[in-house]
Design a protein. Sequence first.
Length: 264
Amino acid sequence: MDRAQSAKIEAVMKRGLKAEMDEKYELAEKLYSQAHQMDPADPAPLRYLGELYRHHLGDWDKARTAFESILAMPADPLSRAVAMHGLGKMTIHDGDFQKGLHLMEASVKEYPLALAYRNLAVYWNSEGDKGKADEYTREATKLDPMDRYNLVFAAAFLAGNGHGDEALKIAKDNEALLPASYNLAAIYAQAGQKQKALDLLKRHFFQYERYEAVRTKEMMEARVDEVFVSLREDPEFLALTGGADGKLPIPQKNKMGAPSPAMN
């Protein structure tokens, strides 16, 4: 590819990323799609498109198409890792826990992503394996120790492991971080502060998330997530998550396999 064409694609991608960061998701989709059409052999626009469809728009059919296209072409390790993680996350939600787990494990072997490590940590925490959950949480934190989202995520596990005061301090210091609302809610739920947890979950579902297609999936994940076990039969929690898509079984004996939402 000549440099002029490459520069044009990069400019379109930068406009798409700005639109995504500004929560103008339809515009971001249009721009990422434009960049993809300019060079269908480049996996980067497909990577951004796939994550936009999966995480923000909730169009999992289009997300799967994008991710599977990446895996079918010569692609860089980062793009392959993002594709495998995205497919793994969606596969778990659709009920095939082992296949989804293997995809996420393959993702971090291909290229280490904090997002994939976090979702692996949640998987094993929900399966009752605190050792593996802690291991993957540490791996996520090591990739970016100063990232505030990583700190809040790790604090959610601290809250469940007898370090409630430390976790609450981190939660209070980062309460304005809108994308961390779900994990902030997890900290307060495990600390026994029900109303604060419900308020933050409401903020996550109805302020951070913008599309019903995403909201129904994440409400289902909250219903089965181990960090909200204290709220699982609470009428207010059930009302708040009333739009859950019903695809995951409610855990018995605290065992399940559905990662909670994480930052894209």
